[in-house]
Design a protein around this ligand. Structure first.
Ligand code: ADP
Length: 452
C-alpha cells in the first residue's frame, strides 16, 4: 500500500460507518416523526373525547328540560321533543363509548343503565299525566326522576373533567416533545452530516487512490508493450545483419578482404546484441538489489580520460575534457562508474548527429564530486526530462527512433548513481543541447542532501 492511501480495512469501516450513519439518521427521523405524530393523535383523541362528554352533558340537560316543559305544558310537540331528547342522549352516550377506551365504554354502560331506569320512571310519569293527576306527576318528577338526572350528570361531569385534564396533559407532552425535537434535531443532523462528510472524504480518497493505481498499471502495461516492440526491433536489426552477411559468406565467392569486411559487420551486430542483453540483465539485477559494488578508491578523472580516448577513436568526434586536477578519489566501483561515463558520453554523441563539441567536466561540490556531460545535440523536450531516467522510456521522436536505443542506458546510470548514494539529473533545451549531471558523495562525513 502506498503511504497516505487508506487501507482496505479503513475503507470497509468507512463504508459500514456511512451506512450506519445513514441508518441512524433515518431511524432518528422516523422516531421523531412517530413520537410527534402519536403525541398529536393523543391530543386530538383527548380533545374529541372531552367534546363527546360535553355533548352528553348537554343532552342530559336537554332531556331534563324537555321533561319539565312537557310537565308544565303537556302538548304533543313537547312530548315529541322529549322523545327526541331521549334518542339524542342515547346517541351521545354511545358516541362516547365508540370513541373512548374500556373505562369510557363501562361509564357509558352505567349511564345508559341509569337512563333505562329514568325511561321507566318517565313512562310512569306520562301515565299519571294522562289521568290528569298533575300533582302526582310533579311528585314523581322530583322524587324519582331528578335523582336519576343528577346521577347521570355527576358521572358525566366527572368523566368530562378527567378527559379535559388528560387533554391538557397530552398537550403539555406534545409541547415538551416539540421543544426537545427543536434542540435534538439540529444537533443529531449536524453530527450526522459531519460524520457523513468525513466518511465520504475517506471513500473519495480511496477511490482516487484506486484510480491512480489503475492509471499507473495502465501506463506500466503501455510502457512494457512499447518496450517489447522496441527491443524486438533492436534484436531483429542486428540479427538480420548477421543472417544476411553470413548467407553471403556461405553462398558467394568472396575475396579474403570481403570476407574480413563481412565478418567485421557480423561481429559489430553480435556485439550490439550482447550489449542489449547485458543491459537488460544488468538493470534487472540492479533494480532487484542483486548487484553489490566492488568498492575501491576510484580516480574518476582517469576513467573519463580513458573512456573519452576510446570514443574519440571510434567516432572521430571532438570530445572536450575540463577536469579538476585536485579532484579527490571516490569510494566506488570503477567498472560501474565507467559504465556511467560510457552511457552518458555515448548518448551525448548519439543525440548530436549534427556534430558539435561534447564536453565532459568534473568539479568538487562540497563533500561530493560533480560530473557533467554536455552536448549541442537535439535536446530533450521539457515535459520528458523527468521521464528519461525511467525504465523503457525513450523519448519517441522521429529523430530518436532513427538513433537506435533501448531506453535502458539512463535507468542504468541512475541505478549506479543510487548504489553510490549519488544522484543524477538533466537539463536541456530542445534543439540546443543537453547537460547531464551526476553528483557522487565523497567518503567521509555523510554528505548534505541536495535536491536532484
Ligand atoms: P537509449 O538507448 O534510447 O539512448 P537511454 O536510456 O540512454 O536510452 O536514453 C533514454 C532517452 O533519453 C533516449 O531515447 C533519448 O530520447 C533521450 N536522451 C538521452 N540522452 C540524450 C541526449 N544527450 N540528448 C538528447 N536526448 C537524450
Amino acid at each position: 500500500m502506498t503511504a497516505g492511501r487508506p487501507s482496505k480495512r479503513a475503507t470497509r469501516a468507512a463504508s459500514i460507518g456511512l451506512a450506519a450513519v445513514v441508518l441512524c439518521l433515518g431511524g432518528f427521523s422516523f422516531f421523531a416523526a412517530y413520537s410527534t405524530q402519536s403525541r398529536v393523535d393523543q391530543v386530538l383523541l383527548s380533545e374529541s373525547l372531552s367534546d363527546k362528554y360535553v355533548s352528553a352533558t348537554a343532552a342530559i340537560r336537554t332531556e331534563e328540560t324537555a321533561e319539565l316543559e312537557y310537565l308544565f305544558d303537556p302538548t304533543t310537540e313537547h312530548l315529541a321533543a322529549l322523545a327526541a331528547a331521549n334518542e339524542a342522549l342515547i346517541a351521545a352516550v354511545n358516541a362516547v363509548a365508540a370513541l373512548g377506551d374500556r373505562a369510557d365504554a363501562q361509564l357509558a354502560k352505567d349511564i345508559l343503565a341509569i337512563h333505562d331506569q329514568y325511561l321507566a320512571v318517565s313512562e310512569r310519569l306520562l301515565g299519571v299525566m294522562s289521568t290528569g293527576n298533575l300533582s302526582e306527576a310533579r311528585r314523581i318528577d322530583q322524587i324519582d326522576a331528578d335523582p336519576l338526572f343528577h346521577s347521570m350528570q355527576v358521572l358525566v361531569t366527572a368523566a368530562t373533567l378527567e378527559h379535559q385534564a388528560a387533554a391538557d396533559t397530552a398537550f403539555a407532552a406534545l409541547l415538551r416533545t416539540a421543544s426537545w425535537m427543536l434542540v435534538a434535531a439540529p444537533l443529531v443532523f449536524g453530527i450526522g452530516f459531519a460524520l457523513l462528510i468525513v466518511l465520504w472524504r475517506i471513500l473519495n480518497r480511496h477511490e482516487r487512490a484506486m484510480a491512480k493505481t489503475y492509471r499507473e498499471i495502465e501506463q506500466l502495461s503501455r510502457l512494457r508493450g512499447e518496450f517489447v516492440a522496441t527491443v524486438s526491433h533492436e534484436f531483429r536489426t542486428p540479427l538480420t545483419g548477421i543472417q544476411g552477411f553470413s548467407e553471403m559468406m556461405r553462398d558467394e565467392q568472396l575475396t579474403p578482404a570481403e570476407v574480413r569486411e563481412y565478418a567485421g559487420d557480423i561481429n559489430k551486430d553480435a556485439q550490439r546484441l550482447a550489449r542489449l542483453i547485458t543491459d537488460m540483465l544488468d538493470l534487472d539485477q540492479m533494480e532487484s538489489g542483486g548487484v553489490t559494488l566492488n568498492v575501491q578508491p576510484v580516480d574518476l578523472n582517469r576513467i573519463i580520460v580513458e573512456t573519452a580516448a576510446l570514443f574519440r577513436l571510434s567516432s572521430g568526434r571532438a570530445i572536450e575534457l575540463h577536469l579538476d586536477v585536485l579532484l579527490p578519489k571516490l569510494a566506488g566501483d570503477a567498472e560501474r562508474l565507467s559504465q556511467v561515463v560510457t552511457n552518458l558520453l555515448s548518448n551525448a554523441l548519439k543525440y548530436s548527429p549534427g556534430g558539435g563539441d561534447v564536453d565532459l567536466r568534473t568539479t568538487r561540490d562540497g563533500q561530493a564530486v560533480l560530473l557533467t556531460v554536455a552536448d549541442h545535440g537535439i535536446g530533450i523536450p521539457a515535459q520528458l526530462l523527468e521521464k528519461i531516467f525511467e525504465r523503457y522510456s525513450q523519448t519517441a521522436t522521429t529523430t530518436t527512433r532513427a538513433l537506435q536505443g533501448t531506453g535502458l542506458g539512463l535507468p542504468i546510470v541512475r541505478q549506479i548513481a543510487r548504489l553510490h548514494r549519488g544522484t543524477v539529473w538533466a537539463s536541456s533545451e530542445s534543439g540546443v543541447g543537453s547537460v547531464f549531471h551526476v553528483r557522487l558523495p565523497l567518503p567521509g562525513p555523510v554528505p548534505v542532501a541536495r535536491a536532484a
